[in-house]
Design a protein around this ligand. Structure first.
Ligand code: PMV
Length: 368
């Protein structure tokens, strides 16, 4: 038979929610109970790189994550693959003499190789970047016409938060109204150039206890938390508007206030769940207190904090100066591998280390 292989590669950063998604109204289609807003990291930072290949020589769909083969049999992968295959179009590579007709895509098998540029074990969400990258790479390979928002509705079926990683900058996941999920998709609020003086530092707090997965955590919260109902109906709709306003105006004081409040309410919902879910630990709480105290001692907030389904702190500094100062404070008050259970810090840009007079620090990993 024919021995050709056709490949495409894509790179997708992870995103950090500043208005959290927590709770599904439909578990199969992954439809949320509220809108959410996130900031997409710089592509050079925490990201997934995925290469997808198609060849008549492939016997079945297969996938490798960081070099290790993993199963594609899960419903979420199957849903993404099915939805993207449905939209596949004719592909022609004249140089290689390859022509794939629309109908051929049903029979052809795929090989998928995906890498994260950050340690999966660090407990940093990788599913967001992973599914977004998979869907985007497949769309390129299969010459899919759909735009990023339409692709986001497919990535959403892999992992909810993934739909927000199809765009850079600040992104809103609109919960939508339709039962089939066709209007539950991501839109870009502003691009990455709009507010480019923000700096993100991640404090990797290792968790000894086994975490509750976001899927089962959300299910338990939806079933048992009254606070979740209140949050979805009364709080998030207003908060989302205020957040959009803050982002548009690059109003860091409002941005920080809303980001911190929303993270805290998400973790309050977890505590309001029966049995209660604890994602943050003592170190997370101490980092919150430290940032709150610092922000109050300044004329206006310097740093926002936010925590996902784990104890790691994502700290968003207003600018380069605040980021350098934050790094100094963190390393002084929360030195890694001391009596705190903190492992390391991750920063995007290594020049922050220089600014802070901390060049060569081993416990700080600079991604670019
Ligand atoms: O998409 P998931 O299942 O990884 O859920 C993500 C949930 C949070 O990270 C806690 C919040 C969010 O909006 O990203």
């Amino acid at each position: 038979g024919e021995k050709w292989v056709l490949m495409k590669t894509a790179q997708t950063p992870t995103n950090i929610a500043v208005i959290k998604y927590w709770g599904k109204r439909d578990e199969t289609l992954i439809l949320p109970v509220n809108d959410s807003i996130s900031v997409t990291l710089d592509p050079a930072h925490l990201c997934t790189t995925t290469t997808v290949a198609v060849s008549p020589a492939f016997q079945q769909d297969r996938m490798w994550l960081n070099g290790k083969e993993m199963s594609l049999s899960g419903g979420r992968y199957q849903n993404c693959l099915r939805e993207i295959r449905k939209r596949a179009r004719e592909v022609e590579d004249k140089e290689k003499g390859i022509k794939i007709e629309k109908k051929d895509w049903e029979k052809l098998h795929l090989h998928i190789a995906s890498y994260n540029n950050f340690p999966t074990a660090a407990g940093l969400a990788s599913s967001a970047a992973g599914f977004a990258c998979l869907v985007f790479a497949l769309a390129k390979l299969m010459n899919v016409e759909e735009d990023e928002s339409q692709l986001s509705a497919i990535a959403r079926q892999g992992s909810g938060s993934a739909c927000r990683s199809l765009f850079g900058g600040f992104v809103k996941w609109i919960m939508g109204k339709e039962e089939d999920g066709s209007d539950s998709l991501a839109v870009q609020l502003v691009d990455e150039k709009h507010w480019d003086d923000l700096f993100i530092i991640i404090a990797v707090v290792s968790s000894r206890q086994k975490e509750t997965s976001s899927t089962s955590g959300m299910r338990e919260s939806v079933e048992t938390s009254l606070l979740l109902q209140h949050r979805a109906k009364e709080v998030v709709p207003k908060r989302t508007l205020k957040m959009e306003e803050a982002i548009k105006n690059r109003d860091f004081a409002s941005f920080a206030k809303i980001t911190c409040a929303d993270s805290n309410q998400f973790h309050a919902v977890c505590l309001d769940t029966s049995p209660p879910i604890f994602y943050m630990n003592d170190t997370s709480h101490r980092i919150i207190s430290h940032v709150e105290k610092w922000n109050r001692s300044e004329e206006s907030p310097q740093v926002a904090y936010t925590f996902d389904a784990g104890p790691n702190a994502v700290l968003i500094a207003q600018n380069r100066k605040a980021a350098a100062q934050l790094l100094q404070r963190l390393l002084f008050s929360f030195p890694p591998k001391s009596d705190t259970d903190l492992d390391s810090y991750i920063i995007g840009d290594k020049t922050i280390l220089k600014d802070a007079g901390l060049e060569g620090m081993k416990d700080v990993e600079a991604l670019s």
